[in-house]
Design a protein around this ligand. Structure first.
Ligand SMILES: O=P(O)(O)OC[C@H]1O[C@](O)(CO)[C@@H](O)[C@H]1O
Length: 309
């Protein structure tokens, strides 16, 4: 079983408008609501790939109930969320149909009490028993300690479960000091963490600070991985147009499923890049276009990178 953690779950709302213009009102041509937050998107992709998946995190209020309701209809994702008194947030992604660009608005999330956080930590420790790998994903809601991911990484390692961390800012900085097995920052997150805008230098610095392996997503150019086993660039055969929301989450699902299956790094990277590109072709985060995935997987170019691991 693969465990995903979404401490700041969200009801993701995607609006499509003909053309997005600041200071104007807009008619929405399509509205879609889905369970979201990065870990939940990862869970849905893992389940589609055929992995037994358990999704945990914090959830509450009317939004949380709506989210749970929908989660029940996703085969292969077991709901192990811990209830909280606060109300799960919403995020809104506005897709401009004239350009395909998406503007994202994310609420901060509910206030979590110390008792709720402690209840979650206990539940997480139980769930680690039987997990082949764990993904810790997304922002932290208010009230959750900023060192939360470091605490969860240490617990996973105590249970001999490998961890992938996908977050940003201070939770990432504190998290990598606890030596996660893999981090998957994007170029901006990596630059904010290390102060270097050059991805190879930044990825090496992140490893020096504690991450065992760094798989950095470079947008449409694919992934750069610097790992104890070697360094690689993995790129799709061509630029894929569409909505990139959730593409990073699908990359996480690709990397984590490959880790759980014991695949070598180049195969994990090919899977992550193909899934990520296939997600750009799907209208909402947490879903990917299966035909695009099957077509792209053998075409992803994975080449050793001269950067020393
Ligand atoms: O936890 P955050 O960093 O705010 O990210 C959450 C958001 O990111 C997405 O997962 C896309 O990656 C959305 O589904 C949305 O829920």
């Amino acid at each position: 079983m693969i465990l995903t953690v979404t401490l700041n779950a969200a009801l993701d709302i995607t609006y499509r408008v003909p053309r997005l213009r600041a200071h104007h009102s807009h008619r929405i041509t399509e509205a879609i609501e889905r369970p979201g937050g990065k870990g939940l998107n990862v869970a849905r992709v893992l389940a589609t790939l055929g992995h037994d998946t358990v999704a945990t995190g914090l959830i509450g209020g009317a939004t949380g109930a709506a989210l749970r309701d929908q989660l029940g209809s996703y085969p292969g994702v077991a709901d192990a969320f811990v209830p909280i008194a606060g109300t799960t947030r919403r995020t809104v992604g506005v897709v401009d149909a004239s350009t395909g660009d998406t503007t994202q608005l994310n609420e901060p999330g509910p206030l979590v009490s110390a008792a709720e956080w402690a209840a979650f930590a206990d539940r997480y420790a139980e769930l680690l028993d039987g997990a082949a790998a764990v993904a810790l994903c997304g922002s932290l809601p208010p009230g959750v300690p900023v060192g939360a991911y470091a605490q969860l990484i240490r617990a996973a390692h105590g249970a001999h479960v490998p961890v992938l961390l996908d977050t940003s800012g201070e939770p990432l900085r504190r998290g990598i000091a606890a030596r996660p097995d893999v981090i998957k920052p994007n170029a901006d997150e990596l630059a904010a963490l290390t102060g270097s805008t050059e991805p190879v230098r930044a990825a090496r610095e992140a490893r020096r600070r504690g991450a065992h392996a760094v798989a950095a997503s470079l947008g449409p150019e694919g992934l750069l991985a610097i790992t104890p086993d070697g360094a690689w660039r993995a790129a799709p055969p061509s630029r894929i147009a569409g909505n990139p929301t959730g593409a990073g989450d699908s990359a996480v699902a690709g990397l984590l499923s490959g880790l759980a299956e014991g695949l070598p790094w180049p195969d994990r990277l090919a899977r992550a890049v193909a899934l990520s590109a296939a997600t750009v072709r799907a209208p909402v985060a947490g879903e990917y276009d299966e035909a695009t995935y099957a077509q792209l997987l053998p075409q992803v170019r994975v080449s050793p990178h001269p950067a020393a691991a």
